[in-house]
Design a protein around this ligand. Sequence first.
Ligand code: TRP
Length: 335
Amino acid sequence: MTKKQIVLTGDRPTGPLHLGHYVGSLRSRVELQDSCLQFVMIADMQALTDYAKEPQRVRDSVLQVALDYLAVGIDPEKTVIFLQSLIPALSELTMYYLNLVTWNRLKHNPTVKQEIKQKGFGESVPAGFMTYPVSQAADITAFKANLVPVGEDQRPMIEQTNEIVRSFNRIYETDVLVEAEARIPKIARLPGIDGQAKMSKSLNNAIYLSDDLDQVSKKVKKMYTDPSHLRVEDPGKVEGNPVFDYLDAFDTNIEKVQELKDHYQRGGLGDSVVKKYLLEVLIEFLEPIQKRRTEFENDPAAVLEIVRKGTERANEVASQTLADVRRAMHLNYYE
Ligand code: TRP
């Protein structure tokens, strides 16, 4: 018999979630919640590693992210939704794990390196930011998660988590910590509407799950396509053309997408026609999500109650792991 999978994932609440989040991991969560024990964490502490000076933004985004979760169909009956900063065990585990990681290893974490560049920290990287992979290891291991559905950019985080798990178990001669596997979907990354490799709030090139029809339509209209596709009859490029990447990610009619691609490459298919079709596809995808969002939006107290209950449940699990960890580390003074 195979053991039940335990899933943990999360997002930093620094703004509303976008289509890139959906493709990278929200979609997997909706799928996994039926067969796994799933924890989904609103990573407000991690958000403070780069937004310490904007606490109200983090605070406001917590509700936005919770609404996005519920809107896409993460079901609180099946998934434990909780707030990171209300789980004290996570901070304590982070402190213990920090001793098992070298500074040099942190400096070479590819995701951290890339984010430092992108955020323009220069020499002024907050220490909390440098060490957030360790706190992420605490998030994952506190729930003994063995499956972590994430976008491609998070793979190095899971690798670093597993290094910590192996060191911990070896040094303290235990098996309390569990290694995790990254679940990265086939299409794990969505380019921005400007054609940049990654859709991201900070690059200002995102379509949000909460964008209204008008916003989505405007964004689709100004989407980057093949710059050398000047006249309708010119053959166009499909690779590196985000319009087709979005169709691949959101249109369930694979044959139709293939037909459009063939036609575009042959010539004779205008950008505006493909964009009009993409807009229809996106609206069909977003409609039920926004309908659910509106229902929950009208009852923020109910949303907070869902998060409160989830947090309570998460605390039970995480403090149990912490007790096991402390015992393994010979810190169980009163036992
Ligand atoms: N680092 C993730 C992000 O950038 C958020 C996150 C925090 C996370 N802890 C996690 C993801 C644990 C997966 C597992 O959005």
